[in-house]
Each structure stands twice: as C-alpha cells, then as structure tokens.
Design a binder for this molecule. Structure first.
Ligand SMILES: [Zn+2]
Ligand SMILES: [Zn+2]
Length: 71
C-alpha cells in the first residue's frame, strides 16, 4: 500500500484550526508529523512541503535542492 501524504492523512476539523483528524484511526492530533510516523514508520516527511521519502538521504537531497535557504 502506498503511503499517503501528510496532507492526505489528516482532515480539517471545524473550529479547531490547529488540530487535524487522522483518517486512518480517527485520532485528533495537533502534531500531524508525529502522528504520521505512527502509521508510516520509516518515512521521512519534509517539514516545509508535502513531500514524503522513504530514505533520509533522499529527503536531505530534497531539502538542499527545493529549500536551499532553509537547509
Ligand atoms: Zn492515525
Ligand atoms: Zn520540501
């Protein structure tokens, strides 16, 4: 099964801007990236865009090429 992106795994909740609901387990969380790893351990998500990689060095390369001012 292909991993969902962070933005696909969580849905917005009315009147709770900072919280998201996980569509897999229904849990309401404020730190979506932390909860993402509960379902997809071993995946690396970019903190600045929805990109997800299965290797940390690929994410590092992504950071350097896509977000050079941050990395
Ligand atoms: Zn969940
Ligand atoms: Zn990125």
């Amino acid at each position: 099964m292909k991993a969902l992106k962070v933005s696909q795994l969580f849905e917005r909740i009315d009147n709770m801007d900072e919280k998201r609901r996980c569509i897999l387990c229904g849990k309401v969380v404020s730190n979506t990236r932390n909860h993402y790893y509960v379902h997809y351990p071993g995946h690396y998500t970019c903190a600045h865009c929805p990109a997800v990689y299965t290797r940390s060095d690929t994410l590092l390369l992504h950071m350097r090429t896509k977000h050079p001012t941050i990395a």
